[in-house]
Design a protein around this ligand. Sequence first.
Ligand code: VL7
Length: 137
Amino acid sequence: MPASLCGTWDMISNVNFDGYMSALGISVYLRKIALRLKLRKVIEQQGDQYIIKTLSTFRNYAISFKTGQVFEEFTKGLDNRHIKSTVTWQGNKLTCEQVGEKKNRGWAHWVEGDKLHLELHCDGEVCKQVFKKNVNE
Ligand code: VL7
């Protein structure tokens, strides 16, 4: 069993978020705002049902899904695209494939020690974010 992703996690590093956002076609204006944000992840799980919230002072975003079942995702307030997403466990990584207009789009979450890792990819761009567990929330 992989380590639980559940909890509240606060971003401590963010590499190539700008490249990832560029690949998604986000404007320079929005990218500048987004780059300053300290994102928080709140992850809840009941069996194979998950909720992942991405929180910030600027915008929030949430998805809810069951592993192994394709779902319609609308990336509201992000790049505003409709995509078909599927989340599955690949070893210790919770991975999502996001099929739509953008090629090779998806993400993977995993836990290493007391850190939550997230790799976001789109086209050839890979963004790497690391989060530290927030034990107060
Ligand atoms: C979600 C943002 C940048 C537009 C606003 C920035 C506001 C806060 O897919 C993601 O998370 C997965 C895995 O944890 C679960 O949904 C990443 C943030 C990526 C892409 C687009 C900039 C405008 C960001 C919501």
